[in-house]
Design a protein around this ligand. Structure first.
Ligand code: ARG
Length: 586
């Protein structure tokens, strides 16, 4: 393990040992060290209050005892004060900040620092998960962007992550689709834009079936044949899915996403019978007019609103395949955690699913993974209505990403007209995609999200362009100094104490990276990391405006170069964790 130290962990450990030395009941004491409001210090321990209250002790007196018993290293590296009713505040001394900066010279150190209880666990993340034979819509884009960031955050905190694209590749729509495919396929259109052609075919099949009951019957027969494993229909179905996945992959490539498993709904077809049997045997599911349903008597709504897990005609549905999916992930992947990323409209489905899985696994003594439904709000246009093209059609993701690049190209060309066109195009591709990703990630995912091009592709505010520009600016500082940020030796003796207010403020922000990562990873909310990076870039700007880097004095210059290098390392690591590409020039 690389030499590294998580500052909050170290303080927690020190306070626990102080608690023992001061005669507190350590089995019941948690120091609860968190990042503090910067006006009070770097870290704050809040745990004394609850401990003292439960025992009717004076919290300030308890805090004083603890502080007196702190290990000498803590007092040597922090200013420690007691505030209010019994908070303990810690402010790192400049020498301790410098030691941290020197030690954390690579991404491995940062990673070791951010490790959490999930280290070594296996997590399955189900995200994007579009439906085949259809265009991916903006909701699937949000799921893809948020899901990928969550995967990377979990990996960074030490978990093994399995990215699983749970595509909707099964269902009654295939009857009409196959019917139309056999009769109305336009091979040229298929080659040009397969998803568009499948959508057209579906519409043709649907309209024909509406107009003529004989067609409806034929389409139903096609579906029955498919479900019975008819080779010709299976081949068409497979072709539709393969071609759809190929089209999705073009979007995933632009977003830097690679799935480890693509187990769509059809994968679970032969796994639902076991689910029906086990849930019935355990008395969790009951028959109702031929259907199989689950009620949750303890729940205000689900005691009367059933979870329909097998339809009256015996067919499986979204609930049966999702139950089988949970079991597969637990048994096959040995998942310690499962995360499913969809919009909030599926909240009821997943609440019922998870309630059912908990009862089922308990009844069979299966190991229960942590279950999380990660939801997000709707995407609307600036008018507050669903996002549409100018002529009222649905927005295709491919076109949306192309527009992002075009708008970013205008921004880059306005700023850096001197760069050759090819370079501006390459930069615009990074800025455009990153802007769409970041706009989505930087706000609390639970809120609805207003898609506004001008706000999103801008150098002002909490945007991708602002952060990418901050990184590119640090690269240019290194270029002018003739140094390579990755290999420059920044730990030599020349570096001396940080001293100016801007140096110290920047260093204090840098050392809190691990806390921001943990907050984002634990809560599965990437916006915490975005906010941190935005604040970091702000501190960097303030530092760069106040303190010249290329000064004569080698000691001052060395410590400022060190600050630049660590800001860059953290900024780029953070942006990569969000799934963004970064730039050395902009
Ligand atoms: N295909 C579904 C949709 O487009 C999302 C699937 C999410 N994952 C799951 N295991 N249900 O809404």
């Amino acid at each position: 393990m690389p030499v590294s130290f998580n500052l909050a962990d170290a303080l927690n450990a020190a306070l626990t040992s102080a608690a023992g030395a001061a005669g507190l009941d350590v089995t019941d004491f948690a120091a609860e060290v968190r990042t503090a409001d910067p006006r009070h210090g770097d870290f704050q321990a809040n745990g004394v209050l609850g401990y003292a209250k439960a025992r009717k002790l004076n919290p300030r007196a308890v805090a004083e005892k603890l502080v007196a018993a702190l290990p000498a290293e803590v007092a040597a590296s922090h200013d420690v004060t007691i505030a209010g009713p019994g908070f303990i505040n810690f402010t790192l001394k400049p020498s301790a900040l410098l030691a941290w900066l020197r030690a954390h010279d690579s991404i491995e150190h940062l990673r070791a620092n951010a490790a959490t209880a999930r280290h070594g666990q296996t997590w399955v993340v189900d995200y994007s998960s579009p439906n085949t034979a259809k265009q991916m819509h903006v909701g699937h884009l949000r799921s893809a962007v948020i899901g990928e960031a969550i995967c990377r955050l979990l990996e960074f905190s030490g978990a093994k992550v399995i990215r699983d694209n749970h595509i909707g590749d099964w269902g009654t729509q295939f009857g009409k689709l196959i019917w139309a495919y056999q009769r109305h396929l336009d091979p040229a259109a298929l080659a040009a834009d397969p998803l568009e052609e499948f959508e057209r075919l579906y519409k043709v099949g649907h309209a024909a079936a509406e107009a003529d009951p004989a067609v409806l019957e034929q389409a139903r027969q096609e579906l029955v044949k498919l479900q019975a494993g008819d080779p010709e229909n299976l081949a068409i179905w497979k072709k539709i899915n393969d071609v759809s996945l190929g089209a999705f992959q073009q979007i995933y490539d632009q977003l830097g996403i690679r799935f480890d498993a693509v187990h769509g709904e059809s994968f679970y077809n032969d796994k639902v019978d076991r689910v029906y049997r086990e849930l019935t045997e355990a008395g969790i599911a009951e028959e109702s007019q031929g259907a199989l349903v689950v009620f949750h008597p303890g729940h205000p709504r689900f005691k009367t609103q059933p979870f329909l897990m097998r339809k009256g005609d015996g067919a499986s549905n979204y609930a049966s395949t999702d139950l089988a999916t949970a079991l597969w992930r637990a048994e096959h992947f040995h998942a310690d955690g499962i995360v499913v990323v969809t919009d909030f409209r599926q909240a009821d489905h997943f609440e019922q699913l998870f309630l059912t899985v908990r009862k089922w696994f308990a009844a069979r003594h299966y190991r229960l993974p942590e279950l999380h439904h990660v939801t997000f709000g709707a995407v609307t246009g600036e008018d507050g209505k669903a996002l549409r093209t100018r002529d009222g059609g649905t927005i295709k993701l491919k076109e949306l990403l192309a527009e992002a690049e075009a708008r970013a190209y205008a921004l880059v060309s306005a700023r850096s007209a001197e760069l050759p066109e090819a370079e501006r195009r390459a930069i615009a591709s990074v800025v455009g995609i990153a802007s769409v990703q970041y706009a989505d990630l930087s706000q609390n995912r639970s809120s609805d999200y207003v898609f506004a091009w001008d706000k999103m592709i801008s150098l002002e505010g909490n945007t991708a362009a602002y952060l990418l520009y901050a990184g590119a600016r640090i690269h240019s500082i290194f270029r002018r100094l003739g140094l390579d940020p990755a290999t420059a030796d920044l730990t030599g003796d020349a570096v001396r104490e940080l001293s100016t207010p801007a140096e110290l403020a920047l260093a204090r922000k840098i050392v809190k990276f691990a806390d921001a990562i943990r907050l984002a990873a634990d809560s599965l909310r990437p916006h915490y990391l975005c906010l941190y990076l935005y604040e970091l870039a702000g501190e960097f700007s303030a530092f760069y405006a106040a303190d010249k880097v290329a000064v004569e004095d080698p000691a001052i210059r060395a410590r400022r170069v060190l600050l630049c290098a660590r800001t860059l390392l953290i900024l780029e690591t953070g942006l990569h964790l969000l799934g963004l590409r970064t730039l050395t020039k902009m």
